[in-house]
Design a binder for this molecule. Structure first.
Ligand code: HEC
Ligand code: HEC
Ligand code: HEC
Ligand code: HEC
Length: 168
C-alpha cells in the first residue's frame, strides 16, 4: 500500500508529460518533408505528390468550374474541409491542399531522423499508423466518399497516388 501512492503519482506525472508531448505536435507543411523524401532512393514522395492533384486541390477552388459550384469557393469552409484540410490547423498551409500531413498526421515531432527511422517512435510522436489496406481506404473515403456524386474506385486510385519506399 505504501508503494502504491508514489506509483500513482508517477503514473499521473507520466500521463501529464505524455499529454504535453502530444499537444506539442503541430503541422509543419510538405516543404519540411521534402529534403528527406525527394530522392529516387527514398521513393520520390515529394515530387510525386507535387505532380498530382492533391497538391493543387486548393488552387482548383479559384477556377471557373469551382465558382460555378460556389461563388465564394476559396473561402468557403465547406469546400476547404476536403480541398484544404490543413487550413484550420495552420492557415499558412491552406495553399498546399491535401498535404502530406493530411494523411500522415502533424509532423513537428516525428520528422526528426532518429524518430522517423523507428516506426513505433514515429507513431508515438504523431505519425498516423495504417495497419491495413482497409485503414488506408477509410482515410481516403473521408473525402472521396460521394464527393460531387462521383464514384471512387479505391484500388485504382491508390495505385495512382501511392508512393512506397523502394525495396532495398
Ligand atoms: C530528416 C529527414 C526526414 C524528414 C525531415 C522527414 N522524414 Fe519521413 N522518413 C525519413 C526516413 C529516413 C524514413 C525511414 C525510411 C526507411 O525506413 O527506409 C522515413 C519514413 C517515413 C514514413 C514511413 C514511416 C513508417 O514508419 O511507416 C512516412 C509516412 C514519412 N516518413 C513521412 C514524412 C512526412 C509526412 C514528413 C514531413 C512532415 C517527413 N516524413 C519528414 C526521413 C525524414
Ligand atoms: C467531401 C469532400 C469534398 C467537398 C466537401 C468538396 N469537394 Fe470538390 N472535390 C473533392 C474530390 C475528392 C474531388 C476529385 C474528384 C475526382 O476527381 O474523382 C473534387 C473535385 C472538385 C473539382 C474538380 C477539379 C478538377 O480537377 O477538375 C472542383 C471544381 C471542386 N471539387 C470544387 C469544389 C467546391 C467549390 C466545393 C465547395 C462547395 C467542393 N469542391 C467541396 C472533394 C470535395
Ligand atoms: C483531405 C481530403 C482527401 C483525402 C484524405 C484524400 N483525397 Fe484524394 N483528392 C482530394 C481532392 C480535393 C481531390 C481533387 C483535387 C483536384 O482536382 O484539384 C483529390 C483527387 C484525387 C485523385 C485524382 C487526382 C490525380 O492526381 O490523379 C486521386 C487518384 C485520389 N485523390 C486518390 C486518393 C487516395 C487513394 C486517397 C487515400 C490514400 C485520397 N485520395 C485521400 C481530397 C482527398
Ligand atoms: C492522400 C494521402 C497521402 C498523402 C497526401 C501523402 N501520403 Fe504518404 N502515404 C499514404 C499512405 C496511406 C501510405 C501507406 C501507409 C503507410 O506506409 O503509412 C503512405 C506511405 C508513405 C511512406 C512510406 C512508404 C513505405 O514504403 O513504407 C512515406 C515515406 C510517405 N508516405 C511520405 C509522404 C510524403 C513525404 C508526403 C508528402 C510529400 C506524403 N507521403 C503524402 C498517404 C498519403
Amino acid at each position: 500500500m505504501k508503494k502504491l501512492i508514489p506509483m500513482l503519482f508517477l503514473m499521473a506525472a507520466l500521463v501529464f508529460v505524455f499529454n504535453l508531448y502530444s499537444q506539442d505536435a503541430t503541422y509543419v507543411g510538405a516543404a519540411k518533408c521534402k529534403m528527406c523524401h525527394k530522392s529516387e532512393k527514398q521513393g520520390e514522395q515529394f515530387p510525386k505528390w507535387e505532380s498530382r492533384k492533391h497538391s493543387k486541390s486548393f488552387a482548383v477552388l479559384s477556377t471557373d468550374a469551382a465558382k460555378e459550384i460556389a461563388a465564394d469557393a476559396p473561402d468557403n469552409p465547406e469546400c476547404l474541409k476536403c480541398h484544404a484540410p490543413l487550413a484550420d490547423k495552420n492557415a499558412e498551409l491552406k495553399a498546399e491542399g491535401v498535404g502530406c500531413e493530411a494523411c500522415h498526421g502533424p509532423g513537428s515531432a516525428y520528422k526528426k531522423m532518429t524518430v522517423m527511422k523507428d516506426h513505433a517512435q514515429a507513431v508515438t510522436n504523431g505519425l498516423i499508423d495504417y495497419k491495413s489496406e482497409d485503414d488506408i481506404k477509410k482515410q481516403c473515403l473521408t473525402c472521396h466518399e460521394g464527393a460531387h456524386d462521383k464514384p471512387f474506385d479505391f484500388a485504382a486510385a491508390w495505385e495512382k497516388v501511392k508512393h512506397p519506399i523502394p525495396e532495398k
